[in-house]
Design a protein around this ligand. Structure first.
Ligand code: HPA
Ligand code: ZN
Length: 339
């Protein structure tokens, strides 16, 4: 099924925000090989084509193994700049007006890359693009590592705290529940950082509840398994907790069998503040507009849904109230012109 051309046009041109993008997941295979050459790093893949052929994932872990291998080519501030600049230019082409970018410092500090090199390269690209697309940074803790390791990462971040808006929790979900990180997230809250967490992608609804009650997460990343628990779903709707849903990611990581079975329509029908994001676009087959197109091609979604998704993306952002309202007004003006 394909999307009618008027609908394609609306989805691609409407103003939108992206709230769930791992910057390391935007490293395209061509960029990975160019950086490997530049830095003299040897990869366990002969060329771009054989790397791409390895992108046949069966679950989250099978993806993460390749994602961390890909990130191993990042060494210098310029590498982090180039990666981030690539992403921001692609996002801009998709009419993304604002983005809140995840980065995984532990993936790099564990290889001896200083925290400051990572964040300053990413931030410089954000600043260079600020006039065209606004951005904030969210530092993620890797949940397969210990809470002690997360505390060491927070220590390394202390001189750079003004450069990040919040913290998140990513990597292997199963067996690493939110409560493993209760103390470090409590400390982050004391420091005035905003809190988000991946939960309910592969993990059970209980992980979503604990991310809310124990970590005090303000947004849930993925969260698509919430519908297995009616009481939790009702709460997420009542409290308008945003869910940063990633359709192509869910498809590629076998969270859903088929895009036609994605539960985004049910999430919206249940009154949840869900929106569309790309997660790791270089690995999952597309940037933000490709996610919208794949979703609308497979499901009975209409113009009114596009408007709700665009509005939710700004409503769920950590933007200051005045800019948030201005962008919501822009969405409404865009759709008023179509009607
Ligand atoms: N889930 C968990 N960790 C991740 C993901 C994801 O989708 N992408 C990058 N790290
Ligand atoms: Zn993610």
């Amino acid at each position: 099924m394909s999307v009618p051309s008027q609908m394609q046009d609306i989805l691609c041109r409407m103003p939108k925000a992206e709230l769930h993008i791992h910057i390391e997941g935007s490293l395209e295979p061509e960029r990975i090989f160019a950086l490997a050459r530049r830095n003299g790093v040897t990869l366990p893949y002969a060329d771009v084509e054989s790397l791409r052929r390895a992108y046949a994932f069966t679950d989250l872990q099978s993806f993460l193994d390749i994602y961390y291998a890909g990130a191993s080519v990042l060494l210098t501030e310029q590498d982090f700049y180039d990666m981030t600049r690539d992403y921001l230019e692609r996002a801009l082409a998709d009419n993304v007006r604002h983005t809140e970018i995840f980065f995984d410092p532990q993936t790099h500090t564990a290889r001896g890359v200083p925290f400051g090199v990572v964040i300053d390269g990413i931030l410089r690209a954000c600043q260079d693009m600020q006039g065209q697309i606004s951005s904030s940074l969210i530092m993620c803790f890797l949940r397969h590592l210990s809470e002690e390791d997360a505390f060491l990462t927070l220590d390394a971040a202390m001189p750079h705290l003004a450069k990040i808006i919040g913290v998140g929790l990513d990597s292997s979900e199963r067996g690493h529940p939110p409560e493993k990180f209760a103390r470090v997230f409590a400390r982050c809250r004391e420091l005035g950082l905003r809190i988000v967490a991946h939960a309910g992608e592969e993990g059970p609804p209980e992980y979503i509840r604990n991310a809310l009650d124990i970590l005090h997460a303000e947004r849930i990343d993925h969260g698509v398994r919430c519908l297995e628990d009616a009481e939790l779903t009702a709460r997420l709707a009542r409290e308008q907790i945003p869910l940063t849903v990633c359709p192509l990611s869910n498809l590629k990581l076998c969270v859903v069998k088929d895009m036609a079975q994605h539960n985004l329509p049910q999430l919206l029908d249940a009154g949840l503040l869900a929106m569309v994001n790309s997660d790791d676009p270089a690995y999952f087959g597309g940037y933000l507009n490709q996610n919208f197109l794949a979703l609308f091609a497979a499901l009975p979604l209409e113009i009114r849904h596009a408007q709700v998704l665009a509005r939710n993306s700004f409503a769920a952002s950590f933007l200051p109230a005045a800019r948030k309202q201005a962008l919501l007004d822009e969405v409404d003006a865009f759709f008023a012109k179509i009607a």
